[in-house]
Structures are given as structure tokens and as C-alpha cells.
Ligand binder design. Structure first.
Ligand SMILES: [Zn+2]
Length: 281
């Protein structure tokens, strides 16, 4: 298999992980070692590195204090050292994929898989975008909406396809509304897609299910547990994975002719992981 790199275009379907997002439920924290300030960290590390033996530490300290064994910016080209950044945020920040472990400890009677256990072959394949932008924020995306969208573009599911649900909600990214104005997949619609041999489904909305506020209100009004994360909990019955917070689905020129590619970052024992998702057209 080969890809004609010169004649294909890569469309970025990902949202950034951004410490300046005003409305993240779990704000992103970034601590940055700049090209100049990093030098102090380097000198400290030389002396206080916990992996060094006491003898080595004393040796480095003596060298630092009495023999000028310390770094200054002049030791590096252009008077700049290298940078480092530490980012702290939820694994559900930015474009990411949820694994069965997020849905519960068990899936189909077995121990639910965490991110690093998912087979990578499920994260690259023929993609399709289903337009459900007519479904109102807060409402369920129903099986009929999926069927209608398939019919409009003359598409039939093929096992292994990667199905991307376009709600239009990514247009609100950067605004407060992004967190509560989107429709969510009904359990039946999710099951309908998964039953066609689809393992990976994505949405351009914040969440795969309806907004928290809507689900919680309806649950306390009706007592019906079916209102609470129905698609997430469906993932305990049949194994599938969903991507949340996709972007730019409207930029894919032919919604039936592209290769989707996006791999979860290999973090161990977690229920979700960040993804750089792209469409290759
Ligand atoms: Zn998630």
C-alpha cells in the first residue's frame, strides 16, 4: 500500500488543547521553561538530580560552587537553551477518543479496554461524514436522522468504515455555548451504526451524548435512567469507541471519499486520550 503524498491533501480535524480556553470544565494548566529560564533548571538538575548518588551530588555541588561547573546562556548557540513545557489537563480535553474503560469496568462481560489496548487498525480507514445539522441542540440524534443522512449522500455502511457525525457544534468552539448547545446520539442511533460493523464513530460536538444539563434535568424530571449518557453506557454492551470534539468536518470536499486517520496518544490505564485527527483527501 502506498499513498500519493504529493497529490493528496490533509485536512486537520482536530481542536487545539489551549490553556487560554475560558470555559474548559477542567482548565488546562501549562508551565513553561523558556529558552532562557531553562538554564537555571538545568543547573539545578545537575546538583539536585534524585537519580544521582550522594557522592555525585556532592561532586556536582563542589564543581558548581568552586570550579565554575555551571551553565550560562553563552554556552549555547544564539545564547538560547532548549525549551520544555508541562501541560496538565483532562484526557477529555481537545479532540480525543473515549475507550470502553471510560464507559465502565466491563464491556461485553469482559474487562473493558483502556486506551493503549485498542487496536490501531481501527483508527485509520475509509471515512464518511453524516450531516445531522438539522437536529436541534439538546435533542437526540435518532436512527431516522442517521438513515436520512445516509440516503441523502447515497451511502451504505461498510464494516470498518469510520463514521463522523456532523452536528455543526464545532462552530461554537471558543464560546461558552460550545459546552451546552449540541445534540447527542441516542442509544438506538449508536447501536444502529455499531451493528453495521462500525467500531469508531466521531462527533464534532463536545460530547457524544446530549449536554450534561439536558440529561440531568430530564433524568430528575422523569426518573428514566435512559436519559443518562445512553450511548456511553451502550458501550458496555457492545464494544465501540467514539471521538469527541472533532473540527472542520465541513471542510471535507467529498463526504464519502476520504481516509480518516487519528491515533490515540499512548497513555497507560486511561479511559480517553488526545488525538490528532485528519482527513486525507
Ligand atoms: Zn470524552
Amino acid at each position: 500500500m502506498s499513498i500519493d503524498i504529493d497529490n493528496c491533501r490533509i485536512i486537520d480535524l482536530s481542536l487545539p488543547i489551549d490553556e487560554n480556553m475560558p470555559f474548559e470544565p477542567f482548565p488546562v494548566k501549562a508551565s513553561r521553561l523558556g529558552h532562557k529560564s531553562g538554564i537555571h533548571h538545568l543547573n539545578r538538575t545537575l546538583i539536585f538530580n534524585k537519580n544521582f548518588s550522594m557522592k555525585q551530588k556532592v561532586g556536582f555541588l563542589m564543581g558548581y560552587l568552586f570550579k565554575g561547573r555551571k551553565f550560562g546562556l553563552e554556552d549555547f548557540p544564539d545564547n538560547e537553551f532548549i525549551s520544555d513545557e508541562q501541560i496538565s489537563c483532562s484526557v477529555h480535553t481537545g479532540t480525543h477518543v473515549d475507550s470502553p474503560f471510560h464507559f465502565g469496568t466491563r464491556c461485553m462481560g469482559q474487562r473493558a479496554k483502556s486506551i493503549e489496548e485498542l487496536e490501531l487498525k481501527h483508527f485509520m480507514g475509509n471515512g464518511v461524514v453524516l450531516d445531522v445539522t438539522s437536529v436541534k441542540p439538546g435533542a437526540f440524534i435518532k436512527t431516522d436522522d442517521i438513515k436520512r443522512s445516509c440516503k441523502t449522500i447515497g451511502y451504505e455502511f461498510n464494516p470498518g468504515d469510520i463514521v463522523l457525525i456532523r452536528t455543526g457544534a464545532s462552530k461554537l468552539w471558543g464560546q461558552k455555548e460550545y459546552f451546552f448547545r449540541f445534540p447527542g446520539m441516542s442509544r438506538d442511533a449508536t447501536e444502529y451504526i455499531v451493528d453495521h460493523g462500525i467500531k469508531l464513530i466521531g462527533t464534532d460536538a463536545l460530547g457524544f451524548d446530549r449536554p450534561y444539563g439536558v440529561m440531568i434535568d430530564e433524568y430528575f424530571k422523569t426518573g428514566d435512567r435512559g436519559n443518562l449518557w445512553p450511548s456511553h453506557f451502550f458501550g458496555r454492551e457492545k464494544e465501540y469507541y467514539h471521538i469527541e470534539r472533532l473540527n472542520n468536518l465541513d471542510l471535507i470536499p467529498d463526504v464519502r471519499k476520504f481516509v480518516f486517520c487519528g491515533f490515540p496518544i499512548k497513555i497507560l490505564n486511561v479511559g480517553a486520550a488526545w488525538m490528532r485527527a485528519v482527513a486525507i483527501v
